[in-house]
Design a protein around this ligand. Structure first.
Ligand code: FAD
Length: 569
């Protein structure tokens, strides 16, 4: 009986350690194993990926390829520039494949893609092996044990998890891999049939060059940023399994930190080092196994019983939140990522409701959608020139480095939606999608819904003040001084409210507070914008809008939302 010829398809799991899918591939005792990555046009064009995340991905691929070659000099990661839906049938034929193995992906688009690939494999007589390894629990199993419903709270995850059983212990990395064999790796590569509208893509901020990704690459090498026509990354954070395991070792070695970690007590203003683990980008690319992270943390917790923190605030609790969002997404599919037609997402008529009866506090008449104002607020928020230094510092850190602390994400998300601008959470989620190096569809969408009080969380009257909240963590304003350097010389008394500083002091400290962010300098003097609105007034208007929306009580799948008649309510 001839030995299996296996394609191992890397996607969400750019690692060799604790990979149930890779272990399943090796358990087949293959004659050859082709470790491949395929460029999916969906990732390149439809997902918004900024240069920082591109760089991180290439780091992961380079590191993985090097590790594969260390285990077998006759192997490496084969990077193929073609859509899986057109590629696989050709690979199955050209490489005489008997098995295709990959890690399960429950993202909405991935499910559709994988169904199609499985269909192609069946047609070609290729056996498909799929294993869960991206989350602590299989999201579909979690949903099943939650009575078929999306997991919308951490207690539901814990209860469903108990029914599934103990989280498996991690398995070690293999110490050997089969090689690529002697078969000619050549096959006919083609461009996708419908070429994307490059101009439209570039307008949308997609920068990867079409030809660089779609063209044939005979050596199957990991491309460079330059080849892809991408801007130079500005993030200091670098990817790859080697870096991920090193970072985890360092965190776990600090047993006190690991055992007593409590998320609400970590400072969003801390940098170099940050106050949380910064393992999220490794988790996103699968260069770190979540089960390894979980068990190494749990073992420390068990050793320090009595003083150790517990879920949901503990380190392992954070991983359960991650599973919660994966469970919600697995149950809702594409609907999870939007309000429209989403039965779990409250409908809020975003943009400022401008007609408020001040005696009753009720909105009267039609909602007045001032979209020009909302667009201006969104633009200034994105560019980090709202005039609120705390918000601007966070948004600039996000754009430059691709990562911000969880409570920083809270602050900017609350500010854009229900606690300031009253702009739709979907617009904010798009910006995060482009700039985060840890962008994870399930976590990004779910957390934006949480912060906008459209799902998961409902206490809309609890808003983050862009002045009082950061003061609690950083009285000196060092975080603002780093990311909004034009304010670096301001006295700490004014660091979160620079518009209150006397003009003479502004001049002395080298920065005038005026304008809307369109002017950066005036001669020798730097210029920082005035705040785009008076925060307390705006917050009250937003809370009133939320109160009314909650009172009306529509969800994304309400008939009035689906047919647009909510405007007449
Ligand atoms: P730690 O506090 O050290 O936590 C350890 C791990 O637990 C993280 O690496 C992450 O994998 C997981 N985790 C922690 N908090 C959460 C959470 N609230 N939800 C889901 N998983 C969590 N996280 C992402 O991984 N990708 C995203 O795209 C993303 N978008 C977000 C958008 C908004 C508006 C908000 C408020 C949060 C978002 N988060 C996202 C969740 C969270 O902010 C990050 O996971 C966390 O800040 C990453 O830093 P860390 O690795 O130091 O986390």
């Amino acid at each position: 009986m001839p030995k299996p010829r296996v394609i191992y398809w890397f996607r969400t799991d750019l690692r060799l350690h604790d990979s149930p899918a890779l272990a399943a591939a090796l358990a087949l005792s293959p004659e050859v194993l082709y470790p491949i990555w395929t460029w999916d046009p969906h990732y390149v064009y439809r997902a918004r990926v900024g240069p920082n995340r591109w760089q991180y991905l290439l780091d992961c691929q380079n590191d993985l390829s090097g590790s594969i070659t260390k285990l077998n000099p006759r192997s490496k990661l084969l990077v193929i520039r073609e859509a899986p839906q057109t590629l696989f049938s050709k690979l199955f034929r050209a490489w005489r494949i008997t098995h295709l193995v990959f890690e399960k992906d429950t993202d909405a688009y991935a499910k559709e893609r994988d169904d199609e690939v499985v269909r192609l494999a069946r047609e070609a007589g290729v056996q498909v092996v799929v294993k869960t390894g991206r989350t602590l629990y299989d999201p579909d199993e979690l949903v099943k044990m939650n009575n078929g419903k999306p997991t919308m709270s951490i207690s539901q995850v814990i209860a469903a998890g108990k029914k599934i059983g103990a989280i498996p212990r991690p398995i070690p990395a293999p110490d050997w891999l089969p090689g690529l064999g002697d078969t000619d790796l050549g096959f006919e590569q083609e461009k996708p049939k419908s070429e994307p509208d490059v101009n439209a893509l570039q307008r949308d901020g997609h920068e990867a060059s079409y030809s660089a990704l779609a063209g044939p690459n005979a050596d199957f090498a990991v491309p460079t940023m330059e080849e892809l026509g991408l801007k130079v990354a500005t993030t200091p954070h670098r990817g790859g399994e080697t870096a991920a395991l090193r970072a985890l070792d360092e965190i776990i070695a600090n047993e006190e930190y690991t055992a007593t970690f409590e998320k609400p007590k970590t400072a969003p203003t801390a940098f170099e080092p940050q106050s949380t683990t910064l393992l999220s980008p490794h988790m996103h690319f699968g260069s770190l196994s979540c089960r390894l992270f979980y068990w190494r943390a749990q073992d420390v917790v068990d050793k320090h019983k009595g003083k150790a923190s517990q879920p949901p605030t503990s380190l392992t609790g954070q991983l359960l939140f991650r599973d919660m969002y994966f469970g919600a997404q697995a149950a809702l599919g594409f609907r999870f990522g939007q309000t429209y037609n989403n039965p779990q997402c409250r409908f809020i008529p975003w943009h400022l409701p401008s007609k408020i009866d001040t005696s009753t506090g009720m909105i009267t008449g039609e909602y007045q959608v001032d979209s020009a104002e909302a667009e201006a607020h969104l633009r200034r928020w994105k560019e980090g020139c709202t005039g609120f230094p705390w918000i601007d510092a966070l948004m600039r850190q996000l754009k430059r480095e691709g990562w911000i602390h969880h409570l920083g994400r809270h602050a900017v998300a609350c500010f854009l939606t229900r606690g300031g601008c009253y702009v739709d959470w979907e617009r904010g989620a798009e910006v995060f999608e482009e700039w985060l190096i840890d962008h994870e569809a399930a976590c990004n969408i779910g957390n934006w819904q949480w912060l906008s009080c459209t799902a998961f969380f409902a206490q809309f009257y609890r808003c983050y003040s862009p002045v009082a909240f950061p003061q609690k963590w950083d009285k000196e304003g060092n975080f603002v001084r780093k990311y909004v350097p034009e304010l670096a010389r301001f006295d700490k008394k004014y660091i979160y409210e620079p518009w209150k500083a006397p003009i003479a002091d502004q001049k002395k400290w080298g920065c005038q507070i005026r304008g809307d962010g369109s002017i950066m300098t005036d001669g020798e003097m730097e210029v920082y914008p005035k705040p785009m609105f008076e925060f307390p007034t705006r917050r009250d208007i937003c809370i009133q809008g939320m109160k009314n929306a909650y009172h009306v009580g529509l969800y994304g799948n309400s008939p009035q939302v689906l047919d647009g008649s909510w405007r007449r309510l």
